[in-house]
Design a protein around this ligand. Sequence first.
Ligand SMILES: Cc1ncc(COP(=O)(O)O)c(C=O)c1O
Length: 481
Amino acid sequence: MIKPLAQPGRTPLYLELAREIQELVEQGTLRPGHRLPSVRRMALQRDVSISTVIQAYTVLENRGVLEARPQSGFYVCPRLADGVPVPRMAKPMAKPSYVGVNDLTAEILTFSTDPSYLPFGAACPDPSLFPNQKLARLLGSVCRNDPALLGRYAMNWAYDPLAREIARRYLQCGAPLAHDELVITVGCTEAINLCLRAITKPGDTVAVETPTYFGFLETLQSLNLRALEVPTDPITGLCLDATRDALAHNDVKALILMPNFSNPLGACMPDEKKAKLCQLLAEYDVPAIEDDIYGDLHFGERRPKPLKAWDTDGRVLLCGSFGKTLAPAMRVGWCAPGRYLERVRRLKFTNTLGTPVILQKAVSDFLRNGGYDHHLRSIRRAYHGQLHLFTQAILRHFPAGTRLSRPEGGFILWVELPPGVDTLKLHRAALTHHINTAPGALFSVKDRYRNCLRMNCGLPWSDTIEAALRTLGQFAAQQLR
Ligand SMILES: Cc1ncc(COP(=O)(O)O)c(C=O)c1O
């Protein structure tokens, strides 16, 4: 039985109620599938208004704790992959390695843009999840109001109002940044590229998480850098003992990582671990390039702080973009490169001169007046729900023994199939059914993750998706026979 509402203090009543219900779920008093009292009944029981209960239930729905069933009420959600083992952590790498050419990456990217293929292989949400109409109107009015923008070079490091808006948002989540520390880039891809070039020279070693985003590996290859893969926990991110070992025994010039909802594991480093990592980096005098592109896509109440929040001497180069939250095609990203600001600015100049101001202005107008927070809440809810449905379907259709990641943000799942499944072969078979996948081999420079897949869950659920997951599961089962 739910006890009367505690003294709310300064916390709004609905949040207090949400917290208490969540606690009961976490303690197991309210179990998955349990029906919550109706809104009216709960309001009477707790002596609060109906709107307080509706707000509390909605907050819990957004967090994925409750689900609303039409004409039936609110129920406790099954937890994502409850009881299912998470993927195993990889072993450390003996020595750094150059990245080989991977034609598969290019192939997967090509199929990702072909609408006749189901894009399980790309880390791209469905375009219908973005506020395209609103942005189109904003873009139009930016051009109409100041057509001369088209005739001028963008020579600045940042369109000031956009940089202020990005800095303000980081301040809100506990990472104070000055707006003039930021360089606006062409997506997060350019930000990472500039930061790597500011810190390293060809032949240097860069430590990376494993498995890691294949885009990083491609960039390391293009800059003739060596990768040293560091084992990464699927829940809490980079393993600190293994990082210490890697830094102690190799001449590592940079670490590149995604502390918040990494690609592909979806891991999120707890705060204490971020603090310890910063100490470790200082001890070995190594800079870190932090890719925070998924940070705004948290399912929990609070946005996790970036590693940068613990950076005391400018050694963390924070990168991000609006590619996963707002408009991948606008290619607006940023970096706050700390003590490497001047170098990154010069590289930006030689790389692309500047980022189109029209695009920066439209994004900035959206952030200021377009309801970005409201939009973020809605995509977070969508991603969370989709991850849940993908998880359940994978568990239904994939062979027994399949392990699954449990991201608390973002829209990517890492699937480890039983040993014996070859996801490269699975990929080829799936293509014949117009399903594009991302085999595990892409996410390492070594021959690892042969039985793994990264799954894009940024796609609204449909019968086609269910059928495609069933097909993948059948192909995998055939390989095991
Ligand atoms: C971790 C990570 N960083 C960067 C990118 C690319 O970002 P952008 O589109 O902003 O260049 C991606 C895209 O998949 C990604 O997953």
